[in-house]
Design a protein. Structure first.
Length: 224
């Protein structure tokens, strides 16, 4: 005997889309999946026997929901890993606090010498240390030896006066036979005040409130 259902045929439906955040718990995902299976079971029980839903449609629905479930679980894992790496990173960088790092081309002058690492030596007959303020205004130009990799700036300006305390930027101009050959940044050493996380990025706060990323650091040393 053939039983004919009077219920209206039910078309395959996926659960209504919801906003799934990376922090959604696995128990919530499991609950949603059980709800989906119940909906699928009811759909199968109430389909029109004379016009049954193709089994391929069920497979597509299952695969789609499974894919979303796996994506959410992956996002949860990535979030956990990122938090772990950030915590470990700032913990390791915390050991740099109080150390001197070489990074960028700016440093704070507070009355003590600023240690500079000059650009790689080139064939030249004159080198000039160019010092600018934080705003980019020229503070002074000083002739320095044509060779050597290190230099200390004691704050003296070309007119014999002493620079005011503040942030300064350093570069070196190289000349040969009166012609400018290059203009490269000089790298100063700065004291690390603290390691911070800002907008999800780990940063080093240097003297003078200068911020640099750990990848900007080319050298690390104990304070003299």
């Amino acid at each position: 005997m053939t039983i004919v259902s009077t219920a209206a045929p039910i078309q395959p439906l996926l659960p209504a889309p919801t906003d799934i955040s990376p922090t959604q718990s696995s128990s919530g995902i499991s609950s949603d999946f059980e709800t989906f299976l119940k909906m699928l079971t009811v759909q199968m029980e109430n389909q029109d026997p004379l016009n049954p839903v193709d089994s391929a449609d069920y497979a597509v629905q299952l695969a789609t929901f499974s894919s979303v479930e796996q994506q959410v679980l992956t996002n949860d894992l990535l979030t956990t890993l990122a938090a772990s790496m950030s915590g470990g990173g700032i913990g390791a960088l915390g050991q740099w606090v109080g150390m001197d790092v070489r990074a960028g081309s700016a440093a704070q002058f507070n009355g003590t010498d600023v240690d500079l690492v000059l650009p790689e030596f080139q064939d030249a007959d004159r080198r000039v240390l160019v010092i600018r303020t934080e705003a980019g205004e020229l503070a002074t130009r000083l002739d320095i030896p044509v060779d050597g990799a290190d230099h200390k700036w004691d704050g003296k300006l070309a007119d014999g006066t002493t620079a005011k305390e503040g942030i300064y930027q350093f570069s070196v101009e190289t000349f040969k036979d009166g012609s400018l050959r290059s203009n490269d940044s000089a790298s100063p050493y700065n004291r690390v005040r603290e390691a911070i996380i800002e907008n999800g990025e780990t940063l080093l706060l240097l003297e003078g409130n200068i911020l640099v990323t750990p990848s900007d650091v080319s050298a690390l040393r104990s304070p003299e």
